[in-house]
Write a protein that binds this ligand. Structure first.
Ligand SMILES: *[C@@H]1O[C@H](CO)[C@@H](O)[C@H](O)[C@H]1NC(C)=O
Ligand SMILES: *[C@@H]1O[C@H](CO)[C@@H](O)[C@H](O)[C@H]1NC(C)=O
Ligand SMILES: *[C@@H]1O[C@H](CO)[C@@H](O)[C@H](O)[C@H]1NC(C)=O
Ligand SMILES: *[C@@H]1O[C@H](CO)[C@@H](O)[C@H](O)[C@H]1NC(C)=O
Ligand SMILES: *[C@@H]1O[C@H](CO)[C@@H](O)[C@H](O)[C@H]1NC(C)=O
Length: 334
Protein backbone atom coordinates (compact mmCIF):
# COMPACT_ATOMS: atom_id res chain seq x y z
CA UNK A 1 0.00 0.00 0.00
CA UNK A 2 2.60 2.48 1.13
CA UNK A 3 4.78 1.58 -1.78
CA UNK A 4 1.99 2.19 -4.21
CA UNK A 5 1.34 5.69 -2.85
CA UNK A 6 5.02 6.36 -3.00
CA UNK A 7 5.37 5.39 -6.61
CA UNK A 8 2.27 7.37 -7.60
CA UNK A 9 3.67 10.40 -5.85
CA UNK A 10 7.04 9.91 -7.48
CA UNK A 11 5.42 9.52 -10.85
CA UNK A 12 3.39 12.70 -10.42
CA UNK A 13 6.46 14.58 -9.32
CA UNK A 14 8.46 13.37 -12.31
CA UNK A 15 5.58 14.23 -14.63
CA UNK A 16 5.37 17.69 -13.09
CA UNK A 17 9.09 18.34 -13.46
CA UNK A 18 9.36 17.17 -17.07
CA UNK A 19 6.25 19.17 -17.91
CA UNK A 20 7.77 22.30 -16.41
CA UNK A 21 11.04 21.80 -18.26
CA UNK A 22 9.15 21.28 -21.50
CA UNK A 23 7.03 24.36 -21.04
CA UNK A 24 9.96 26.64 -20.37
CA UNK A 25 12.02 25.33 -23.29
CA UNK A 26 9.03 25.75 -25.60
CA UNK A 27 8.59 29.41 -24.56
CA UNK A 28 12.23 30.37 -24.91
CA UNK A 29 12.71 33.27 -27.24
CA UNK A 30 15.70 33.29 -29.49
CA UNK A 31 18.83 33.66 -27.39
CA UNK A 32 20.53 36.11 -29.76
CA UNK A 33 17.48 38.35 -29.63
CA UNK A 34 17.45 38.10 -25.85
CA UNK A 35 21.10 39.16 -25.62
CA UNK A 36 20.45 42.08 -27.96
CA UNK A 37 17.38 43.18 -26.00
CA UNK A 38 19.34 43.20 -22.77
CA UNK A 39 21.99 45.38 -24.45
CA UNK A 40 19.23 47.71 -25.64
CA UNK A 41 17.86 47.93 -22.10
CA UNK A 42 21.31 48.77 -20.74
CA UNK A 43 21.92 51.29 -23.48
CA UNK A 44 18.65 53.04 -22.48
CA UNK A 45 19.93 53.18 -18.87
CA UNK A 46 17.74 50.38 -17.51
CA UNK A 47 14.50 52.38 -17.49
CA UNK A 48 11.61 51.40 -15.23
CA UNK A 49 9.48 51.07 -18.38
CA UNK A 50 11.48 47.93 -19.26
CA UNK A 51 11.34 46.38 -15.77
CA UNK A 52 9.75 43.23 -17.20
CA UNK A 53 12.88 42.62 -19.27
CA UNK A 54 14.27 40.16 -16.73
CA UNK A 55 17.04 37.87 -18.03
CA UNK A 56 15.55 34.97 -16.05
CA UNK A 57 12.27 35.01 -17.95
CA UNK A 58 11.19 34.24 -21.50
CA UNK A 59 11.80 37.39 -23.52
CA UNK A 60 8.74 36.79 -25.69
CA UNK A 61 6.72 37.54 -22.55
CA UNK A 62 8.43 40.88 -21.94
CA UNK A 63 6.52 44.14 -22.36
CA UNK A 64 6.82 46.27 -25.50
CA UNK A 65 7.73 43.25 -27.61
CA UNK A 66 6.17 40.79 -29.95
CA UNK A 67 7.62 37.49 -31.14
CA UNK A 68 6.70 35.62 -34.25
CA UNK A 69 4.55 32.62 -33.31
CA UNK A 70 5.00 30.90 -36.62
CA UNK A 71 8.68 30.07 -36.41
CA UNK A 72 10.25 27.48 -34.15
CA UNK A 73 12.93 29.88 -32.97
CA UNK A 74 10.55 32.58 -31.96
CA UNK A 75 12.12 35.79 -33.24
CA UNK A 76 11.35 39.31 -32.07
CA UNK A 77 9.32 40.99 -34.81
CA UNK A 78 8.08 44.11 -33.05
CA UNK A 79 9.56 46.60 -30.58
CA UNK A 80 7.21 49.37 -29.50
CA UNK A 81 8.26 51.76 -26.76
CA UNK A 82 5.52 54.26 -26.07
CA UNK A 83 5.11 57.02 -23.51
CA UNK A 84 8.13 56.13 -21.39
CA UNK A 85 10.42 58.01 -19.06
CA UNK A 86 13.59 57.24 -20.92
CA UNK A 87 16.67 59.40 -21.37
CA UNK A 88 19.14 58.40 -24.02
CA UNK A 89 19.55 57.71 -27.71
CA UNK A 90 18.14 55.04 -29.98
CA UNK A 91 20.49 52.13 -29.24
CA UNK A 92 22.45 51.10 -32.35
CA UNK A 93 21.80 47.49 -31.24
CA UNK A 94 18.24 47.71 -32.61
CA UNK A 95 19.92 46.78 -35.89
CA UNK A 96 20.75 43.40 -34.37
CA UNK A 97 17.12 42.25 -34.19
CA UNK A 98 17.22 40.88 -37.74
CA UNK A 99 13.56 39.82 -37.95
CA UNK A 100 12.13 43.12 -36.76
CA UNK A 101 9.14 44.27 -38.81
CA UNK A 102 7.92 47.07 -36.59
CA UNK A 103 9.92 49.62 -34.62
CA UNK A 104 8.28 52.38 -32.61
CA UNK A 105 9.64 54.99 -30.23
CA UNK A 106 6.81 57.39 -29.44
CA UNK A 107 6.15 60.08 -26.83
CA UNK A 108 9.57 59.95 -25.24
CA UNK A 109 10.69 63.55 -24.82
CA UNK A 110 14.17 62.71 -23.61
CA UNK A 111 15.04 60.47 -26.52
CA UNK A 112 17.69 62.50 -28.32
CA UNK A 113 20.38 62.12 -30.99
CA UNK A 114 20.10 60.86 -34.54
CA UNK A 115 18.64 57.81 -36.25
CA UNK A 116 21.42 55.18 -36.11
CA UNK A 117 22.77 53.80 -39.37
CA UNK A 118 22.45 50.24 -38.04
CA UNK A 119 18.73 50.47 -38.72
CA UNK A 120 19.56 49.64 -42.36
CA UNK A 121 20.28 46.07 -41.27
CA UNK A 122 16.57 45.52 -40.58
CA UNK A 123 15.68 44.14 -43.97
CA UNK A 124 12.17 43.08 -42.96
CA UNK A 125 11.23 46.42 -41.40
CA UNK A 126 7.79 47.50 -42.60
CA UNK A 127 6.72 50.02 -39.98
CA UNK A 128 8.94 52.75 -38.52
CA UNK A 129 7.48 55.36 -36.22
CA UNK A 130 9.76 57.71 -34.30
CA UNK A 131 7.37 60.39 -33.17
CA UNK A 132 7.00 62.91 -30.32
CA UNK A 133 10.63 62.43 -29.36
CA UNK A 134 13.54 64.85 -29.36
CA UNK A 135 15.45 63.35 -32.28
CA UNK A 136 17.63 65.67 -34.34
CA UNK A 137 19.86 65.58 -37.40
CA UNK A 138 18.79 64.85 -40.96
CA UNK A 139 16.10 62.52 -42.20
CA UNK A 140 18.73 60.02 -43.29
CA UNK A 141 19.26 59.12 -46.96
CA UNK A 142 19.96 55.58 -45.85
CA UNK A 143 16.31 54.92 -44.92
CA UNK A 144 15.92 54.17 -48.62
CA UNK A 145 17.72 50.86 -47.99
CA UNK A 146 14.70 49.55 -46.04
CA UNK A 147 13.11 47.96 -49.07
CA UNK A 148 10.09 46.57 -47.19
CA UNK A 149 9.17 49.86 -45.54
CA UNK A 150 5.48 50.67 -45.96
CA UNK A 151 5.01 53.17 -43.14
CA UNK A 152 7.44 55.92 -42.15
CA UNK A 153 6.39 58.45 -39.52
CA UNK A 154 8.99 60.85 -38.10
CA UNK A 155 6.53 63.55 -37.00
CA UNK A 156 6.94 65.84 -33.98
CA UNK A 157 10.73 65.88 -33.75
CA UNK A 158 13.55 68.29 -34.51
CA UNK A 159 14.78 66.81 -37.79
CA UNK A 160 16.41 69.42 -40.00
CA UNK A 161 17.91 69.72 -43.48
CA UNK A 162 16.04 68.78 -46.60
CA UNK A 163 13.89 65.80 -47.51
CA UNK A 164 16.10 63.12 -49.08
CA UNK A 165 14.96 62.28 -52.59
CA UNK A 166 16.18 58.73 -52.01
CA UNK A 167 12.90 58.05 -50.17
CA UNK A 168 11.32 57.82 -53.61
CA UNK A 169 13.25 54.56 -54.08
CA UNK A 170 11.12 52.76 -51.50
CA UNK A 171 8.96 50.42 -53.56
CA UNK A 172 6.33 49.69 -50.91
CA UNK A 173 5.95 53.04 -49.19
CA UNK A 174 2.29 53.81 -48.44
CA UNK A 175 2.58 56.50 -45.75
CA UNK A 176 5.23 59.17 -45.50
CA UNK A 177 4.77 61.52 -42.56
CA UNK A 178 7.47 64.08 -41.76
CA UNK A 179 5.27 66.82 -40.33
CA UNK A 180 6.17 69.01 -37.33
CA UNK A 181 9.93 69.10 -37.82
CA UNK A 182 12.39 71.76 -38.95
CA UNK A 183 12.81 70.62 -42.52
CA UNK A 184 13.85 73.13 -45.16
CA UNK A 185 14.36 73.12 -48.92
CA UNK A 186 12.10 71.80 -51.66
CA UNK A 187 9.89 68.79 -52.15
CA UNK A 188 12.25 66.52 -54.11
CA UNK A 189 11.76 66.43 -57.87
CA UNK A 190 12.43 62.68 -57.73
CA UNK A 191 9.22 62.15 -55.78
CA UNK A 192 7.66 61.88 -59.26
CA UNK A 193 9.22 58.44 -59.53
CA UNK A 194 7.83 56.43 -56.60
CA UNK A 195 7.89 52.89 -58.00
CA UNK A 196 4.59 51.88 -56.42
CA UNK A 197 1.51 54.00 -56.03
CA UNK A 198 2.14 57.45 -54.55
CA UNK A 199 2.23 57.31 -50.74
CA UNK A 200 -0.01 59.41 -48.56
CA UNK A 201 2.17 62.44 -47.98
CA UNK A 202 2.18 64.53 -44.78
CA UNK A 203 4.79 67.28 -44.67
CA UNK A 204 2.99 70.00 -42.71
CA UNK A 205 4.51 72.38 -40.15
CA UNK A 206 8.03 72.55 -41.53
CA UNK A 207 9.86 75.31 -43.38
CA UNK A 208 9.83 73.75 -46.82
CA UNK A 209 10.33 76.31 -49.57
CA UNK A 210 10.54 76.56 -53.33
CA UNK A 211 7.80 75.43 -55.68
CA UNK A 212 6.20 72.04 -56.19
CA UNK A 213 7.87 70.17 -59.06
CA UNK A 214 5.50 70.13 -62.07
CA UNK A 215 6.15 66.43 -62.54
CA UNK A 216 4.38 65.60 -59.25
CA UNK A 217 1.18 66.26 -61.23
CA UNK A 218 1.30 62.79 -62.68
CA UNK A 219 1.01 61.22 -59.22
CA UNK A 220 -2.30 60.48 -57.56
CA UNK A 221 -1.94 61.19 -53.84
CA UNK A 222 -4.86 59.86 -51.84
CA UNK A 223 -4.05 62.24 -48.99
CA UNK A 224 -1.63 65.14 -49.22
CA UNK A 225 -0.90 67.72 -46.53
CA UNK A 226 1.66 70.43 -47.28
CA UNK A 227 0.16 72.99 -44.89
CA UNK A 228 2.19 75.42 -42.74
CA UNK A 229 5.28 75.66 -44.93
CA UNK A 230 6.78 78.33 -47.17
CA UNK A 231 5.98 76.78 -50.51
CA UNK A 232 5.22 79.10 -53.40
CA UNK A 233 4.13 79.20 -57.02
CA UNK A 234 1.75 76.84 -58.75
CA UNK A 235 -0.01 73.93 -57.03
CA UNK A 236 -2.68 73.32 -59.69
CA UNK A 237 -0.92 70.16 -60.90
CA UNK A 238 -2.03 68.40 -57.71
CA UNK A 239 -5.65 68.61 -58.82
CA UNK A 240 -7.54 66.96 -61.64
CA UNK A 241 -10.69 64.92 -62.19
CA UNK A 242 -8.60 61.93 -63.29
CA UNK A 243 -7.39 61.46 -59.69
CA UNK A 244 -8.84 59.76 -56.63
CA UNK A 245 -7.67 62.31 -54.09
CA UNK A 246 -9.49 62.28 -50.77
CA UNK A 247 -7.88 65.10 -48.78
CA UNK A 248 -5.75 68.01 -49.89
CA UNK A 249 -4.44 70.63 -47.48
CA UNK A 250 -2.26 73.41 -48.87
CA UNK A 251 -3.12 76.01 -46.24
CA UNK A 252 -0.64 78.55 -44.87
CA UNK A 253 1.89 78.66 -47.66
CA UNK A 254 2.65 81.23 -50.34
CA UNK A 255 1.07 79.49 -53.31
CA UNK A 256 0.08 81.78 -56.17
CA UNK A 257 -1.93 80.46 -59.04
CA UNK A 258 -5.20 81.02 -60.82
CA UNK A 259 -7.87 78.66 -59.52
CA UNK A 260 -10.50 79.53 -62.17
CA UNK A 261 -9.85 76.49 -64.37
CA UNK A 262 -8.83 74.02 -61.66
CA UNK A 263 -11.07 70.96 -61.67
CA UNK A 264 -11.18 68.94 -58.49
CA UNK A 265 -11.71 65.17 -58.34
CA UNK A 266 -15.19 64.21 -57.13
CA UNK A 267 -13.60 61.99 -54.48
CA UNK A 268 -12.25 65.04 -52.61
CA UNK A 269 -13.63 65.33 -49.12
CA UNK A 270 -11.32 67.90 -47.55
CA UNK A 271 -10.04 70.91 -49.47
CA UNK A 272 -8.15 73.54 -47.49
CA UNK A 273 -6.41 76.38 -49.31
CA UNK A 274 -6.55 79.08 -46.63
CA UNK A 275 -3.76 81.66 -46.28
CA UNK A 276 -2.13 81.67 -49.69
CA UNK A 277 -2.05 84.09 -52.60
CA UNK A 278 -4.47 82.21 -54.84
CA UNK A 279 -6.28 84.26 -57.51
CA UNK A 280 -9.17 83.83 -59.93
CA UNK A 281 -12.75 82.79 -59.25
CA UNK A 282 -14.23 79.61 -57.83
CA UNK A 283 -15.10 77.14 -60.61
CA UNK A 284 -18.74 76.04 -61.01
CA UNK A 285 -17.43 72.45 -61.13
CA UNK A 286 -16.77 72.67 -57.38
CA UNK A 287 -20.52 72.51 -56.70
CA UNK A 288 -20.31 68.83 -57.69
CA UNK A 289 -18.01 67.94 -54.78
CA UNK A 290 -19.14 66.22 -51.58
CA UNK A 291 -16.93 68.31 -49.33
CA UNK A 292 -16.90 67.68 -45.60
CA UNK A 293 -14.39 70.44 -45.01
CA UNK A 294 -13.70 73.40 -47.26
CA UNK A 295 -11.70 76.59 -46.78
CA UNK A 296 -10.42 79.18 -49.24
CA UNK A 297 -10.18 82.07 -46.78
CA UNK A 298 -7.29 84.56 -46.85
CA UNK A 299 -6.51 84.43 -50.56
CA UNK A 300 -7.05 86.83 -53.46
CA UNK A 301 -10.11 85.26 -55.00
CA UNK A 302 -12.76 87.29 -56.82
CA UNK A 303 -16.14 86.89 -58.48
CA UNK A 304 -19.38 85.11 -57.65
CA UNK A 305 -19.39 82.03 -55.42
CA UNK A 306 -21.18 79.29 -57.44
CA UNK A 307 -24.49 78.24 -55.90
CA UNK A 308 -25.00 74.64 -54.84
CA UNK A 309 -23.34 71.55 -53.51
CA UNK A 310 -21.53 72.15 -50.25
CA UNK A 311 -20.24 75.61 -51.14
CA UNK A 312 -22.73 77.53 -48.95
CA UNK A 313 -22.75 75.07 -46.03
CA UNK A 314 -19.88 76.35 -43.86
CA UNK A 315 -20.98 79.98 -44.05
CA UNK A 316 -18.81 83.03 -44.56
CA UNK A 317 -15.90 81.63 -42.53
CA UNK A 318 -14.81 79.49 -45.47
CA UNK A 319 -14.39 82.65 -47.60
CA UNK A 320 -13.07 85.35 -45.26
CA UNK A 321 -10.49 87.87 -46.47
CA UNK A 322 -10.47 87.50 -50.20
CA UNK A 323 -10.27 90.20 -52.81
CA UNK A 324 -13.79 90.47 -54.17
CA UNK A 325 -15.79 87.28 -53.70
CA UNK A 326 -19.55 87.77 -53.64
CA UNK A 327 -22.82 85.88 -53.43
CA UNK A 328 -24.12 83.55 -50.72
CA UNK A 329 -22.90 83.02 -48.06
CA UNK A 330 -21.24 86.45 -48.57
CA UNK A 331 -22.96 89.64 -49.71
CA UNK A 332 -24.92 89.64 -52.89
CA UNK A 333 -22.90 90.45 -56.04
CA UNK A 334 -23.38 93.96 -57.35
C1 LIG B 1 14.45 64.64 -19.14
O1 LIG B 1 15.77 65.06 -18.88
C2 LIG B 1 15.83 66.13 -17.97
C3 LIG B 1 17.26 66.62 -17.89
O2 LIG B 1 18.16 65.63 -18.24
C4 LIG B 1 15.28 65.67 -16.61
O3 LIG B 1 15.29 66.74 -15.71
C5 LIG B 1 13.84 65.20 -16.81
O4 LIG B 1 13.34 64.68 -15.60
C6 LIG B 1 13.77 64.13 -17.86
N1 LIG B 1 12.37 63.85 -18.15
C7 LIG B 1 11.93 62.62 -18.36
C8 LIG B 1 10.47 62.52 -18.68
O5 LIG B 1 12.63 61.63 -18.29
C1 LIG C 1 14.15 68.92 -26.89
O1 LIG C 1 14.71 69.72 -27.89
C2 LIG C 1 14.37 71.08 -27.76
C3 LIG C 1 14.93 71.80 -28.96
O2 LIG C 1 16.21 71.35 -29.32
C4 LIG C 1 14.94 71.61 -26.45
O3 LIG C 1 14.55 72.96 -26.28
C5 LIG C 1 14.39 70.79 -25.31
O4 LIG C 1 14.99 71.19 -24.10
C6 LIG C 1 14.67 69.33 -25.53
N1 LIG C 1 14.04 68.59 -24.50
C7 LIG C 1 14.63 67.60 -23.88
C8 LIG C 1 13.82 66.93 -22.84
O5 LIG C 1 15.77 67.23 -24.18
C1 LIG D 1 2.18 59.98 -37.30
O1 LIG D 1 2.33 60.14 -35.90
C2 LIG D 1 1.58 61.22 -35.37
C3 LIG D 1 1.94 61.42 -33.91
O2 LIG D 1 2.17 60.24 -33.24
C4 LIG D 1 0.11 60.95 -35.58
O3 LIG D 1 -0.67 62.03 -35.10
C5 LIG D 1 -0.16 60.76 -37.07
O4 LIG D 1 -1.49 60.41 -37.29
C6 LIG D 1 0.74 59.69 -37.66
N1 LIG D 1 0.59 59.66 -39.11
C7 LIG D 1 0.15 58.63 -39.80
C8 LIG D 1 0.12 58.76 -41.28
O5 LIG D 1 -0.18 57.58 -39.26
C1 LIG E 1 14.96 77.95 -49.50
O1 LIG E 1 15.50 78.46 -48.27
C2 LIG E 1 16.89 78.38 -48.20
C3 LIG E 1 17.33 78.91 -46.84
O2 LIG E 1 16.45 78.50 -45.84
C4 LIG E 1 17.52 79.21 -49.31
O3 LIG E 1 18.94 79.08 -49.26
C5 LIG E 1 17.01 78.73 -50.65
O4 LIG E 1 17.50 79.57 -51.68
C6 LIG E 1 15.49 78.72 -50.66
N1 LIG E 1 15.06 78.14 -51.93
C7 LIG E 1 14.10 78.68 -52.69
C8 LIG E 1 13.82 77.97 -53.96
O5 LIG E 1 13.47 79.66 -52.35
C1 LIG F 1 -10.96 78.77 -42.52
O1 LIG F 1 -9.67 79.13 -42.08
C2 LIG F 1 -9.63 80.35 -41.36
C3 LIG F 1 -8.18 80.69 -41.10
O2 LIG F 1 -7.52 79.65 -40.44
C4 LIG F 1 -10.45 80.21 -40.09
O3 LIG F 1 -10.46 81.44 -39.39
C5 LIG F 1 -11.87 79.81 -40.45
O4 LIG F 1 -12.61 79.58 -39.29
C6 LIG F 1 -11.88 78.58 -41.32
N1 LIG F 1 -13.24 78.32 -41.78
C7 LIG F 1 -13.86 77.17 -41.68
C8 LIG F 1 -15.24 77.08 -42.19
O5 LIG F 1 -13.30 76.18 -41.21
Amino acid sequence: MDNKIHSTLLFSLLFFITHLANASSKDQCNQNDKKTLLKIKKSLNNPYHLASWDPKSDCCAWNSLECDDATVNRRVISLTIFSAQISGQIPPEVGDLPYLQKLVFRKITNLTGQIPHTITKLKYLRFLRLSWTNLTGPVPEFLSQLMDLAYLNLSFNYFSGSIPSSLSLLPKLEYLELSRNKLTGPIPELFRSFPGKAPDLFLSHNQLNGSIPKSLGKLDFYRIDLSHNKLKGDASMLFGTNKKTWTIDLSRNMFQFDISKVKVAKTVNLLDLNHNGITGSIPVQWTELSLQSFNVSYNRLCGPIPKGGQLQRDGAYAYLHNKCLCGAPLQRCK
